[in-house]
Every structure is written in structure tokens, then in C-alpha cells.
Design a protein around this ligand. Structure first.
Ligand code: ATP
Ligand code: MG
Ligand code: MG
Ligand code: MG
Length: 483
């Protein structure tokens, strides 16, 4: 079996062999770009070269980039832990051509790497190509499809719509069709029941997207029309943890050696085994994932704090603490104890984790302790609320009280509900939602402005980012409205 370390190296070596310059990952925390808080794709660090604001340094580049998708256009936070293949922080392997090679080489090399070099069974692969769009007077990307046809039967080359298969930087600017590689890792038996092609892009945990090849060939003008770019570019991104899952023959990113030390150590600390209970498993995945996001943010110089990027990091850490507290029984700081295991998983590729281990542990421990104090104050308050509700013969806790717990003590509604249930009480969710909505209305104007991959500066007003709690609240409201 290939280790994750070998897989990462194999990717970089492969593209070195194709005359690519290997560069370092840019920091995950972006400084000095008010339009982007965290790197969310490999392409970010090349933004200026790509827009022609800076000369192209190397026409062919490859790297592994630390990415964080917890805000703005790419916000996967709500999936993390519930599914097995979206992370907050992940590595994106990528290769680029700036005005050099185009679709043919990008597709040939993707195939050569995955099938010839890595030995992925070609019968488990699907490619998607842009289906075209009448609005833009654009045809299907037959050029890309033609290159895939060298390797794949036609019924494994699927059409995709604008949402999945057309990349745009923003409302105007460079854009173009993309072509994705998806892999079906189900057993023969499962494959016989439902064809893989019906599951591509359906959020199936065993039929997943691994690599996105973007072909930047147009410029979108202010009037909405497309013109051809003089220089065409390639921008690819492949999820490293997903690739490891496929190559290590496991069914979840968390079963790869990228996470295994952390999960084993966590199991020891809480005396629970991963894989025995779905709720505990979710909590363990959340913690193993969030640890990475927080540790790498700190290593990049972003400490948890009360505003902007620091606030996002604080919230991620608190989310992990809450899961540990609620589902794994941790009443004292524990996440900092996992940094050592994380170092074992990732320290080779990212020495910043090794060099800053002590700082990372210290910051996480202090954050955990201070949040646990707030949590326990909140729990005392909730105990009083419960006693009073029982005395008054109520069957529910008032939504207003649940909201105070949420807003002041960081109690998510499900934690309040859990504790209420243990006391045979419900929570008045409707009035909770009304309180939440009122707060949302108050802060609407201060909401985050990140909407596109990159926003051109002159287009946005400077506003302060308030963190994803507001987004979490919105999602919750949407969910409750549905019922
Ligand atoms: P998905 O549809 O699975 O959310 P995506 O289309 O949003 O992925 P891209 O923006 O195309 O992802 O990013 C390139 C690659 O990065 C994807 O093909 C996938 O392998 C990987 N990737 C994207 N988001 C995540 C994530 N949150 N965690 C881990 N890997 C990811
Ligand atoms: Mg996505
Ligand atoms: Mg996708
Ligand atoms: Mg994609």
C-alpha cells in the first residue's frame, strides 16, 4: 500500500517529469487581500500572474496547497464530519499551465498519472465535460470529450452543467469550461445495482469527484458576452485526502493514514472505538478534521481571536470542543493533546507544524479551557432554567432562553435540546427561530461579502466579516422553515 507521503511525492515527481516547477504551498491564511481570508484553491497564489498583473514566473507549475473552505463561496463546514470526504482544511494537489499546454496535455497527464502511474482501475473512472449553454451561445466541450474518448467509452463521459463544469472568476474576467474526474469505489455487487454514472455529482460517498481540470479560454466582458483569450491556461485541483482514500483502498478519507494517528489517539483519550457508533464517529471526524484547520492556521500566524479570520478559527475550534463535550464526554481540554499525533501524520510535508508544535499546543489548550469555562457557566444557567420549567409544569424550554444560551454562551440549539431531552423537556424551536431571525435582521448589513472566488477590489465595499456563526444560523433557520 502506498503511504500518503509516497502519494504526495509521486504527484510532484510526476509533474516534475513533465517539466513543471514545484512551488511551496502558499500560507492557508491570506494576508493583505481584503477579498479573501483563507486560501480555498491552489489557484489563489497565482491570481496576479494569471490576471496579467505580474509576469508569469514559470509557464508550468505544480504543488500541494493547504486550503480552507469555511467561508464565502466555498463553505463546506456543515458537511464536515457528517460526510467522509469534505474537510475544512485539505490539501489540493494541482498543476498549471500559464499560456503553455492546454486541454490535450492536461487530460493525457491526468489519465497517465491516475491509471498508468497510480494503478487506478480504469473501469472505476468517469469524466465530466461542459454540456454547453444556450445563453452564451456555447457548444458542448467536444474538444475535451474527444481527448477522454482515447481512454474511456463514451458512456463514461458525462455532460455537466454550468454550475459544476464552468468556472468563472467573478461576474467578469477569465473563465472557461472544466472537466472533472470522478471515481466509483463501490463493490462489484453495488455497482451492479445502480450504474455509477447515475451517482456522479449526487453526493454519494463512494462515487466522488477527485480532480477538476479547468480550461481558461475566455474573458467575460461587462456586457456578459465571451471573447477568446489570447493565452489559454490550465488550472487543476485534486483532493489529496480523496486520492489517498482511493489508492489505499478504504471507504472514507478518515480511514487513510492522513488521519489514522489522530483518530487512534482520540479513541484512547475518550476510551471509545472509531467505527462502532455513528454519533461518536461523527464527533471523532469533526475533531480530527478541525484540529488540522486550527493547527495550520496557528502555524500560519493566525491565532484565534474575536474578529475576522481569528474569529473563524475560534469558532472552528469551539465546534470541535462542543462535539467532544457532547458526544465523547470530554469535560476538560483534550484537543491540544492531539497535536503530537497530527505531527506524525503531516509533519514531514509541512515542517511548520513541527517547528511550532509548542505554540500550537499552548494556544489550543488555552482556548479550550476558556471555552469550557463558558460552557460550564452556560450549563449552570441551563440547569436553573430546567428547574424553573419543571416547577412551572412546562413541557418546553422557552425559545428566548435557548437563544440566550446560543448567543451568549455559544450553545448550539442541538446541545440545549440534548440536555433538555435528558430532563424530559423539549425546546420551543419556533420562538428560537424568531429570535435568531431578529438577530439576523439586525446584522444583515454586516454580513460577509465573499461571494466569488476572487472579487475585484473596486467592486466591494469594505465590511467586516462576522464569522460563520451567522451562516450556521441561516442554515438552521432554513432547515426549520422546511418542516
Ligand atoms: P465537491 O463537489 O466534492 O464539493 P468541488 O467541486 O467543490 O468538490 P473543486 O473546487 O473543483 O471542488 O476543487 C478541486 C478538488 O478539491 C475537488 O475535485 C476535490 O477532490 C477537492 N475538494 C474540494 N472540496 C474539498 C473539501 N472540502 N475537502 C476535501 N477535498 C475537497
Ligand atoms: Mg464543493
Ligand atoms: Mg464538484
Ligand atoms: Mg469541482
Amino acid at each position: 500500500m502506498k503511504t500518503s507521503k509516497e502519494i504526495r511525492k509521486a504527484f510532484l515527481d510526476f509533474f516534475t517529469g513533465k517539466e513543471h516547477q514545484i512551488v511551496n504551498s502558499a500560507p492557508m491564511v491570506v494576508k493583505g487581500d481584503p477579498t479573501l481570508m483563507f486560501t480555498n484553491a491552489g489557484m489563489n497564489q497565482f491570481k496576479d500572474q494569471f490576471l496579467g498583473n505580474e509576469p508569469v514566473k514559470y509557464p508550468r507549475v505544480a504543488d500541494t496547497q493547504k486550503c480552507l473552505r469555511v467561508s464565502g463561496k466555498h463553505n463546506d463546514l456543515e458537511e464536515v464530519g457528517l460526510d467522509t470526504y469534505h474537510h475544512t482544511m485539505f490539501e489540493m494537489l494541482g498543476n498549471w499551465s500559464f499560456g503553455d499546454y492546454f486541454k490535450k496535455e492536461a487530460i493525457d497527464w491526468a489519465w497517465e498519472f491516475l491509471v498508468t502511474e497510480m494503478g487506478i482501475d480504469k473501469d472505476s473512472l468517469y469524466a465530466t465535460v461542459f454540456e454547453g449553454s444556450a445563453d452564451d451561445n456555447q457548444e458542448r466541450d467536444n474538444e475535451a470529450a474527444g481527448y477522454w474518448e482515447q481512454y474511456l467509452p463514451k458512456d463514461r463521459i458525462l455532460n455537466g452543467n454550468k454550475k459544476d463544469n464552468f468556472w468563472e472568476m467573478g461576474e467578469t474576467g477569465p473563465c472557461g469550461p472544466c472537466s472533472e474526474v470522478h471515481v466509483d469505489i463501490r463493490s462489484e455487487e453495488e455497482r451492479a445495482k445502480v450504474p455509477g454514472k447515475d451517482l456522479v455529482n449526487m453526493d454519494h460517498p463512494q462515487v466522488i469527484e477527485i480532480w477538476n481540470l479547468v480550461f481558461i479560454q475566455f474573458n467575460r466582458k461587462a456586457n456578459g458576452s465571451l471573447e477568446n483569450l489570447p493565452d489559454k491556461h490550465v488550472d487543476t485541483g485534486m483532493g489529496f485526502e480523496r486520492l489517498c482514500m482511493v489508492l489505499q483502498g478504504v471507504q472514507s478519507n478518515y480511514d487513510t493514514d492522513v488521519f489514522q494517528n489522530t483518530i487512534a489517539e482520540l479513541g484512547k483519550l475518550c476510551n471509545k472505538k472509531y467505527g462502532e457508533d455513528e454519533k461518536t464517529d461523527i464527533a471523532m471526524r469533526v475533531i480530527a478534521d478541525h484540529l488540522r484547520a486550527v493547527a495550520f492556521a496557528i502555524a500560519d500566524g493566525q491565532l484565534p481571536s474575536n474578529n475576522k479570520a481569528g474569529y473563524v478559527i475560534r469558532r472552528i475550534l469551539r465546534r470541535a470542543v462542543r462535539y467532544g463535550y457532547t458526544f465523547l464526554g470530554f469535560k476538560e481540554a483534550f484537543i491540544y493533546k492531539l497535536v503530537e499525533a497530527l505531527k506524525g501524520n503531516m509533519g514531514d510535508a509541512f515542517p511548520e507544524i513541527v517547528g511550532q508544535q509548542q505554540l500550537i499546543e499552548k494556544v489550543i489548550k488555552e482556548e479550550e479551557e476558556s471555552f469550557l469555562r463558558t460552557l460550564s457557566t452556560g450549563i449552570k444557567l441551563l440547569d436553573d432554567i430546567i428547574v424553573k420549567a419543571k416547577k412551572d409544569n412546562l413541557s418546553e424550554i422557552a425559545g428566548k432562553d435557548a437563544f440566550v444560551l446560543y448567543d451568549t454562551f455559544g450553545f448550539p440549539l442541538d446541545l440545549t435540546e440534548l440536555i433538555a431531552r435528558e430532563n424530559n423537556l423539549g425546546v420551543d424551536e419556533n420562538s428560537f427561530v424568531i429570535e435568531m431571525q431578529a438577530q439576523k435582521d439586525r446584522s444583515r448589513n454586516a454580513a460577509a461579502q465573499e461571494t466569488d472566488d476572487w472579487v475585484e477590489l473596486r467592486k466591494i465595499e469594505q465590511t467586516e466579516f462576522l464569522g460563520y456563526d451567522k451562516l450556521e444560523a441561516e442554515i438552521r433557520i432554513a432547515r426549520y422553515r422546511k418542516v
